[in-house]
Structure formats: structure tokens, C-alpha cells
Design a protein around this ligand. Structure first.
Ligand code: XIL
Length: 375
């Protein structure tokens, strides 16, 4: 067992949640099929680790304050990603101040539960504190960006598996090079990406530095074109020696869209050929286009995720899968800003139901991990 896997004692400590009857219903057949000792092989974390991969999930202070959720989370997950607590708006109330309380609390939780952590995110056009506009227009963009990354990344140096350094920098229609029109681009031009990656590398030479983006998932012309634009960007960064180590594909999937497994396999291969790792960073599945019973919806969601994961996990450069939350009890897909289903039903886009029972999506991820070639 890897030193990062939970000890038997830790697993037993979380056993009440793991053993909830609804949850065990799904696990039983798995356990009967294998002769691994009870539960040790059953969690997504251990299935991933058995293949040399990691499994993680985003979490936040609210979800982790829920004891039943937290117990299940620490059993299922090997890597914690703060959902909002490391974004600028959370860390930077004013230009002069850093507020690390919530971010530190999540890092302490991770350390206490023997989980690794991924940082999210250092450059993004959202979660934007208002004071930042004035700093950028006053010509302080480079200094503010460097200072932010230096302070935040060095605070957690040695404790981060990886950092999402730049998030969502591509928007096809925005510029000839497909870079999104953001205040960072306006203030600094494309070199804001170089500054971000170089400053992050200097502040924590061990953490893997990730370019993270969405909309790279299905066979639509938009997603196909965005895959090409991301490869162009990464290829340019690599050619210029910018220290980027991995692509994060968010994978906010939409059931009902067509997945082209050949195109995804080719995309993953191309990422690998650039010398980069690949991480699925924010997996969840919306199902606006799917009607039917809960069972039919859950099955469609699971099948869709499996079709996506198989070609990605077949690529040896892929190192892990992270879901954007773990249970529909806490999912941004049902949050205040989310699009609603036309029938008013909540989304069921995460592996566990609101009552923490394992859903078919849990099984799809489990089997995709089991079937991945060993790293
Ligand atoms: C989302 C969070 O889940 C929400 O709680 C928040 O209100 C908005 O941001 N891509 C990302 C994530 O990189 O940071 C976003 O997280 C979801 C889309």
C-alpha cells in the first residue's frame, strides 16, 4: 500500500459512513467478485491507487463541516481540491491583504485525513475581487500577479500535488490566437501566462503546474476546435520553455452529447506527445437533455462518463481523476447560479446521491479505474 493510502485504522474510523446500507448495496457485488478484504479495495481512492492513479474531489468548508459527508469523503477520496477557498475573491479582500483562514482550514483537514491536495486556481477571470480592476488600470498588473502567486504558492510549498495555474484562458471567438479577452490579457498581453507559470515554478518547484480548461469533451465542432486551440497553446508554451507540466481537462460533461472516443484518445496522445501529463480535474455530468425516471437518468449519466473516461484513462500520461464535488448533496450544478432542468428536478451529476448512496456514476468511475492500465 502506498504511504498515501489510508491505514486500516483510518478506514475503519470512516466505516460507519462507508457501511451505510444503501451504499453497501452497490459495493457488495464488487466485494463478492473480488477476494480483497472487506472494503479495502472498494473506494474510488484505492481503486485509483491500485492502478497508479489518484482519485480526488472538490470540497468546501460547508460540505466538510457535515460529518457524515466528511466521513464518506475521506474514505472515497485521495486528493482534496478547495472548490472556492483559494480563488482570488476568497484570498484577497483588498490589495494589501491576504486571508488564508479558509484555505488553511482545508489544508489542515487534508493533512489530518491523510489526503493530498491540489491548488485551484491562481489566474482566472472569475471570482474577481473588485479592487483588482483599479490595480490593473494603474499599471500594477505584473507586480500584483507575481506577488499573489508567490505568496499563495509558497505558503503551501511541499504540500501541493499540483496547482491549476491558469484557468480557462481560451475562448475561440475572442482573439486570433483564441486567448480569452480577460483583464489579464488586456493588461499584460499573452505574457501573463508565462509570468504565472514561471512565478509558480519558482515558488514551489515540486508541484505539478497545470493549465486547466473546459469544453474539451464531446464531438461537437466547438469542443473539437477548442481541443485544437488548447493543443496549440500548450505547444507554444512548451516550445518557449514555459514551465507547464500538465493539462487539466475539467470535464463538465453533458449527457446526450456525442462522445468520440477516437478523438479523445488522439487528444490525450497529443497531450502526452508534448511531454505533458493529463488530469481530469472537475468531472460531473449535467443531464438537461435526458428525460425519464431517476434510474434512466442515472444510467445515462454513468454511461456518458464511462465513454469519456475510457479513452482518457487508456492514455498512460493520464495521472488522475477529480470530480467537482462528491455527492449531489453539495454540487454547484444545483447551486444558485446553475441552469435548471426544465422539469425542475435537481441534477444528479456526482458519484453519490444526496443521501450519500453510491449511484451508477460511482460504479462507472470505479470500473473505468479498474480497467485502466497500471501505471
Ligand atoms: C465553481 C464553484 O463550484 C462554485 O461554487 C462557484 O460559485 C463558481 O465556481 N470551472 C472551475 C471552477 O474551474 O472553479 C468552477 O467552480 C466551476 C467551473
Amino acid at each position: 500500500m502506498s504511504p498515501l493510502a489510508p491505514t486500516r485504522r483510518q478506514l475503519l474510523a470512516t466505516a460507519p459512513a462507508v457501511l451505510a446500507p444503501t451504499l453497501l448495496a452497490g459495493a457488495c457485488t464488487e466485494l463478492q467478485r473480488s477476494d480483497r478484504s472487506a472494503l479495502l479495495g472498494a473506494t474510488l481512492r484505492l481503486r485509483a491507487e491500485a492502478r497508479g492513479l489518484f482519485f480526488g474531489a472538490a470540497a468546501n468548508r460547508t460540505s466538510l463541516a457535515d460529518r457524515a459527508f466528511a466521513a464518506t469523503y475521506t474514505a472515497e477520496v485521495g486528493v482534496l481540491v478547495p472548490e472556492t477557498e483559494m480563488k482570488w475573491r476568497a484570498l484577497r479582500p483588498t490589495e494589501g491583504a491576504f486571508t488564508f483562514g479558509s484555505a488553511d482550514a482545508l489544508m489542515d483537514f487534508a493533512a489530518g485525513a491523510n489526503l493530498r491536495a491540489r491548488g485551484h486556481t491562481l489566474v482566472w477571470h472569475e471570482a474577481w475581487p473588485e479592487w483588482l480592476d483599479a490595480a490593473l488600470s494603474a499599471g500594477r498588473a505584473a507586480a500584483v500577479l507575481e506577488q499573489h502567486i508567490e505568496r499563495v504558492v509558497s505558503r503551501y510549498r511541499g504540500r501541493m500535488h499540483s496547482w491549476d495555474v491558469v484557468n480557462e484562458a481560451i475562448r475561440l471567438q475572442d482573439s486570433p490566437g483564441h486567448l480569452r479577452q480577460t483583464p489579464w490579457l488586456e493588461a499584460l498581453g499573452p505574457r501573463y501566462l508565462d509570468i504565472a507559470f514561471r512565478t509558480a515554478r519558482a515558488a514551489d518547484p515540486q508541484a505539478l503546474l497545470v493549465y486547466n480548461d473546459f469544453g474539451l469533451d464531446d464531438a461537437s465542432p466547438a469542443d473539437s476546435a477548442k481541443r485544437a486551440a488548447v493543443l496549440d497553446l500548450l505547444s507554444d508554451l512548451k516550445a518557449r520553455g514555459v514551465p507547464v507540466d500538465a493539462l487539466g481537462t475539467q470535464a463538465h460533461l453533458r449527457a446526450g452529447q456525442v462522445i468520440d472516443q477516437g478523438a479523445l484518445a488522439q487528444f490525450a496522445r497529443s497531450v502526452a506527445q508534448l511531454g505533458l501529463k493529463l488530469i481530469v480535474t472537475e468531472l460531473d455530468v449535467r443531464d438537461h437533455g435526458i428525460s425519464g425516471t431517476l434510474e434512466e437518468r442515472d444510467r445515462a449519466i454513468a454511461d456518458h462518463a464511462r465513454r469519456f473516461l475510457d479513452p482518457i484513462l487508456a492514455e498512460p500520461a493520464t495521472i488522475g481523476v477529480v470530480t467537482w464535488g462528491l455527492s449531489d448533496r453539495y454540487s454547484w450544478l444545483n447551486g444558485p447560479r446553475a441552469e435548471r432542468r426544465s422539469d425542475g428536478q435537481p441534477q444528479r451529476g456526482l458519484p453519490l446521491a444526496p443521501d450519500l448512496a453510491r449511484k451508477p456514476l460511482w460504479g462507472a468511475i470505479a470500473r473505468a479505474l479498474d480497467d485502466a492500465p497500471r501505471r
